[in-house]
Design a binder for this molecule. Structure first.
Ligand code: NAP
Ligand code: ZN
Length: 366
């Protein structure tokens, strides 16, 4: 297909009311074409809690008009002559949160983070939305028909992995895979996952697939208990409904990854469950204030309170292959692209079980 034959259209957010279901469908101007770029015809786009934070300007004032969505899967329709990644027209590919880094700027020496294979921490890292790209143009996300981005962080989807599964791994999956791997999830380990939402449900699936002895799902209400056990959790704690919920695992867990998107979360209880030298990795990024850390609990057990940001290109490839090999099945609910406004409202209400994926068309047959 020639570049002139398709239109970039998507769900534009014009101000903070977008999060109340007021995005409007319309045409947009993608970044100016560079020979390092590729164009993707979007088939799937997962919906992340970060989309909601951004739509309502929760973290910082969003540069409206914007289009959110960083769990993109689709078909390559145009490839620049200098695009990194050997992509071909017709390839089935995915794009996550990271769209560029120092390696995308000619003449700039490669930074220490990229040299170590942790491009997500590059000082010149660029995000899929709202960007800006290195040329200054805005980055538009995947609640749209087409996506244009540099080829470097575009990933081929392994055969055998469904597109809606792969899409939702591009952010939710990798944000859990990276800290689980880095902080030693595997045989012999007891792992807690806090918050059973899009990220958290991937945390349970991946920690099991990585061989943890037991995964304890920690949620607010008792209502997700049966689903957590079906996902593979060995136990379930409801922090609002179970009195003394942290006592059963007091000093027992090696690692906790918390996806909670609220600064009011009961951090002291989570830390009480960690063993000496244990680690709590916070990946949820609330926009309602900062955590109050109980320093005496950290001190008396020599605990680590860590953070983690998405994952590297190498980790994304590894995770996609692990998902294909181990046949990991995330719980993905399909929503037609035209229902995006309602889906944002439903996501805000915590309705997904457990990740929504916007669909432009019927998924291609594998
Ligand atoms: P989600 O599907 O909405 O899940 C968030 C979960 O947090 C909810 O299911 C809920 O779990 C818990 N939660 C929500 N409000 C809460 C409250 N007021 N008090 C206590 N718990 C609450 O969202 P998501 O897509 O998984 O994203 C989760 C967070 O991770 C967001 O802040 C997002 O921006 C952030 N994120 C970070 C990275 C990174 O690289 N670090 C990447 C992607 C997303 P229960 O109902 O089970 O209690
Ligand atoms: Zn995300």
């Amino acid at each position: 297909m020639s570049p002139q034959n398709y239109k970039f259209e998507g769900w534009l957010a014009h101000d903070t009311s977008a999060v109340e279901g007021k995005m409007t469908w319309g045409e947009f101007e993608p970044k100016r074409w560079e020979e390092s770029d590729i164009d993707i015809k979007i088939t799937h786009c997962g919906m992340c809690g970060s989309d909601v934070h951004t739509l309502r300007s929760g973290w910082y004032p969003a540069p409206y008009p914007i289009i959110v969505g960083h769990e993109i899967v689709g078909e390559v329709v145009r490839v620049g002559s200098k695009a990194a990644g050997s992509h071909k027209i017709g390839d089935r590919v995915g794009v996550g949160c990271l769209t560029d880094c120092c390696m995308g700027i000619a003449g700039v020496p490669i930074c220490e983070a990229c040299e170590s294979g942790e491009e997500q921490f590059c000082p010149k890292a660029r995000w899929t939305y709202p960007g800006p790209h290195h040329n200054g143009d805005k980055g538009y996300g995947g609640y749209a028909t087409y996506h244009r981005c540099p080829g470097r962080f575009v990933f081929k989807i392994p055969d055998g992995l469904e597109s809606k599964q792969a899409a939702t791994m591009m952010c939710a999956g990798i944000t859990m895979y990276s800290p689980l791997k880095r902080f030693g999830c595997g045989p012999g380990k007891l792992v807690g996952i806090v918050g059973l939402g899009g990220l958290g449900h991937y945390g349970v699936l991946l920690a099991k697939a990585m061989g943890a002895d037991k995964v304890v799902a920690i949620s607010r209400k008792a209502s997700k208990r049966d689903e957590a056990l079906k996902l593979g959790a060995g136990d379930y704690l409801a922090t609002d409904d179970d009195v003394g919920w942290y006592k059963k695992y007091y000093n027992k867990l090696d690692l906790i990854v918390s996806t909670v998107a609220s600064s009011k979360a009961p951090i002291k209880g989570y830390l009480a469950m960690l063993k000496r030298h244990g680690t709590l990795v916070q990946v949820g990024n609330p926009d309602d204030g900062q955590f109050a850390l109980p320093q005496s609990t950290l001190i008396m057990k020599s605990l680590n309170f860590a953070g983690s940001s998405i994952g590297s290109a190498a980790e994304i490839r590894e995770m996609l292959q692990l998902a294909a090999d181990k046949k990991i099945k995330a719980w993905v609910e399909e929503r037609p692209m035209h229902e995006a406004n309602q889906a944002v409202l439903d996501l805000e209400e915590g309705k997904p079980r457990y990740r929504y994926c916007l669909m432009n068309q019927v998924a291609p047959k594998l």
